[in-house]
Design a binder for this molecule. Sequence first.
Ligand code: ADP
Ligand code: MG
Length: 483
Amino acid sequence: MREYTTVIGLEVHVQLNTESKAFCSDKNQFGDAPNINIGPVSLALPGTLPVLNTEQIKSSIKLAYALNSKINLVNGFDRKNYFYPDLPKGYQITQDRLPICEGGILKFHSEGQLKSVRIHHVHMEEDAGKNSHDLHPTYSMVDINRAGTPLVEIVTEPDLRSAQEVHDFIAALQQLVRYLDISDGNMEEGSLRCDVNVSVMPKGSSTYGERNEIKNVNSKKFAKTAVEYESKRQIKILEQGGAITMNTLLFNPETGTTKPMRTKEEANDYRYFPDPDLPPLQLTQEYIDDIVAQVELLPWTAKTLLIDEHHLSEYDAEIISRDKGTVQFFRNFQISKDQHHASTLSSFIINKVLPFCQENNKVLDDMQVDNISKFILLLDSEKISKSAGLNAMSELVLKSTEPMDLEKVAKDLNLIQSEDQDFLDDLIDSILSKNIDKVKAYQNGKKGLLGFFMGQVMGQAKGKANPKILTTKLSKALEEKDL
Ligand code: ADP
Ligand code: MG
């Protein structure tokens, strides 16, 4: 069998989190009872006219900025005509000739490598309503609530080369729209959906094969499975001497397979034309600059900030920056500005706070920031041993709802390392006496054994030994022990 390269381009629909719909004041809200957010415009009653929602434009501008797209100062709306019960107007308002953004790039990590995908363009449009064919035994149901939900559609160049890359690209885009706070990016609820275009070509070739388009994929995992299945299907046809014909496919999550929805011959003729109800949109550079200035953080600037300003490790910065809320949570701590405490704080967030929130269905806002802050300071102090403190007190701090007196808790738990470390002298003496051959080896040059003795004493001191004082005392005792 010949080897093949899979080529994928995506058309990603993102529902914007605006208060109202794209062209009227109906509420833009997922999950409401069917057919309640349906004023005259959503229902396309005769005589109604669309009014543009400026929030949709602002969201598109923010996205354009993040993707490094060129914004068309003049852009316009077109009608895409087709007939379907979930589309009362008989056309969808979209941008066909002149989209708001052209070009751009999104960089993302996949399997340890930095990849980049070119953006062809981003356009604004509106969602249709929703038909359900499985809610009633004999009727199909139509819910118009979704009709008119503002969308941006991001169309990539065919730059993706594997199912995993598709998965990781969607994840990066999802992270980006959440950072920009233009969408919740929730794929299960359909806030982010992809049309996945797949073709294959012999390895080394530079001519793309004929593509098939898998419609409306609503999970990263499904997108991955769909690409894997579809590229295998196409390769099999080519290997058997057949040819790929351009089809629109549906993905079945239950079987992990694709099946034809319509062929090229049955393709819709949308008869696009400029929407006479919506004059061209004219933007000024000042307006754009104003909106762009509102963008606080992007995933990649957040990561750099955590490394440069807070001196976090690459690993910690990567995890903290996955979600903008976590970055803000971390940066809101005064102690995050101190290099010494920043790393203790970030490990505490990564290893304790985030898992705690996930397991207990809590959000970062529920956490007692003051207690956490005091706890980190205590851990970083000489007063208690960090590992003993983390073991004994993390739960209490995470579960706390009231301000805590952490030093008192540490004292009650017998964790305070006494200022007076004289008790160590006897302990050291007894441990040295029990390990005479190791002391001899130490004195003969095996200085690495200091670690062994440290471990022994720390263990028996049950968290009360101050490591600094212990090191000094122990080195001295080892040198001076009479054999
Ligand atoms: P159309 O205008 O017919 O919708 P486009 O050129 O706009 O087609 O492409 C639509 C999507 O299909 C884009 O995301 C693009 O990257 C992708 N695409 C185009 N050609 C191929 C191909 N040969 N293989 C995979 N994806 C492709
Ligand atoms: Mg297209």
